[in-house]
Ligand binder design. Structure first.
Ligand code: DGL
Length: 405
């Protein structure tokens, strides 16, 4: 943080990589007109964006609870960043690289606050016409676990009036609406589980609401996000990986000795709502085995933090009086993705042009002069086949807005 902080202090024009121009937030700027930034380690956060584009839990005119047939955030524009070149974020903690992950997360926030991006990976120069954002939604559970506090602190230090919302707090609030009985199971990445962010946030959120502390068991999957995304380095079929991870969660719950069966399942990774049916089917199948049956409720309730994040964001925008007014034509949303920089001499790339695994997980903080990944526009055509199919079939509101490319 301090290295990035001094880098920002010495490059306040926003022209350089990993910088932004704070004067974009000066008094007199109509902040409500700015878009909302949403970031994730990859395309999984598009599940959160889909929820932001479609959530309808309130009347848009007076914010009274209840659907009115219009998306709650219909006047807003969104800027999405998927830091695909540096993912999975969930595996940095296991190799002792939490500091580097925290720097990556702050860089994501800085990208959203700034105007700079590359039109293509081989372009001669970056462009500087992306609008800055009035709010940052951390759509990634792992990034929320390791970076929410850093981004909130940084926004304070930088003196900019930007709202910061993370998926974990929203998910924990979602649990308040689930059944009171039964134990909670959290499925997430290895990194999110190692941070303990869900058990801690669930206990404090429920405690503040006067509810007794539930039993919370978590299971971190090193592979499921990659498998869902169709990353060629993960060969296991989705159903097989889901079955293994669900079994891992149930075994951990049984070993923890709580008498209550798992009833509420927190989908604590952006990708997991995409395979919710497969996850529930895996619980049902495992329940057929007598040794696991007592630990699994007959009917499971799933909490998708994405849906609750939309409420959280709306409430924060309303409180700060930053909702975009209706009337004006809503400008296009913009989508960005990071790719390995083919011209970066310091970076090691594989034959397929992505960051070499050992290089990726061996980097140190503070090298802000090295731009080993570039942020470029995300298009339908630029997505790998499996991701493209996922977005097209499961995230229609996002798909409709994603440029052809
Ligand atoms: N987006 C991440 C999350 O929600 C999963 C993928 C990753 O590990 O980068 O935790």
């Amino acid at each position: 943080m301090s290295e990035l902080g001094s880098h920002l202090n010495t490059h306040s024009s926003g022209e350089e990589a990993f910088t932004f121009d704070p004067s974009a937030y000066a008094d007199g700027v109509e902040l409500s007109e700015l878009p909302i930034g949403v970031f994730d380690s990859g395309i999984g956060g598009l599940t959160v964006l889909e929820a932001l584009l479609t959530a309808d839990g309130f009347h848009n005119t007076d914010l009274k609870p209840g659907a009115d047939g219009r998306p709650d955030l219909e006047n807003e524009r969104f800027i999405y960043l998927g830091d695909q070149a540096n993912m999975p974020y969930g595996n940095y903690s296991a190799v002792g690289k939490v500091d580097y992950l925290r720097e990556l997360i702050l860089k994501d926030a800085v990208f959203l606050l700034g105007r700079r991006f590359w039109p293509t990976a081989d372009a001669a120069a970056p462009r500087h016409d992306k609008p800055p954002v009035k709010a940052i939604v951390i759509a990634c559970n792992t990034a929320t676990a390791y970076g929410l506090a850093d981004i909130r602190a940084a926004v304070k230090v930088w003196g900019i009036p930007v709202i910061v919302v993370g998926v974990v707090e929203a998910g924990a609030r979602g649990l308040l609406k689930a059944s009171k009985e039964g134990a909670v199971g959290v499925l997430a990445t290895v990194g999110t589980c190692a941070s303990e962010v869900y058990p801690k946030t669930i206990q404090s959120t429920l405690g503040l609401a006067g509810r007794s502390a539930p039993s919370v068991t978590q299971f971190g999957s090193a592979n499921l996000a990659g498998v869902i995304e169709g990353d060629p380095s993960y060969a296991t079929p989705v159903a097989e990986q889901v079955a293994a991870d669900v079994r891992g969660l149930v075994e951990a719950h049984r070993a923890a000795g709580s008498p209550a069966p798992l009833k509420k399942v927190m989908l604590g990774c952006t990708h997991f709502p995409l395979v919710i049916r497969e996850i529930d089917a895996a619980f049902a199948k495992l329940r057929e085995e007598p040794e696991f049956a007592p630990w699994i409720a007959e009917v499971r309730e799933f909490v998708n933090p994405a849906e609750w994040t939309a409420r959280e964001l709306l409430s924060e925008l309303a409180k700060a009086r930053l909702r975009r007014k209706g009337g004006a034509e809503t400008e296009e949303n913009r989508f960005f993705i990071s790719v390995a920089n083919p011209r970066c001499a310091a970076a090691k790339l594989t034959d397929t042009g992505v960051l070499d695994h050992d290089y990726k997980y061996g980097r140190e903080t503070g090298h802000l002069d090295i731009e080993d990944t570039l942020v470029v526009p995300m298009t339908r055509g630029g997505l790998p086949e499996v991701s493209r199919r996922l977005v097209e079939t499961k995230l229609p509101a996002v798909w409709q807005r994603l440029p052809e490319g």
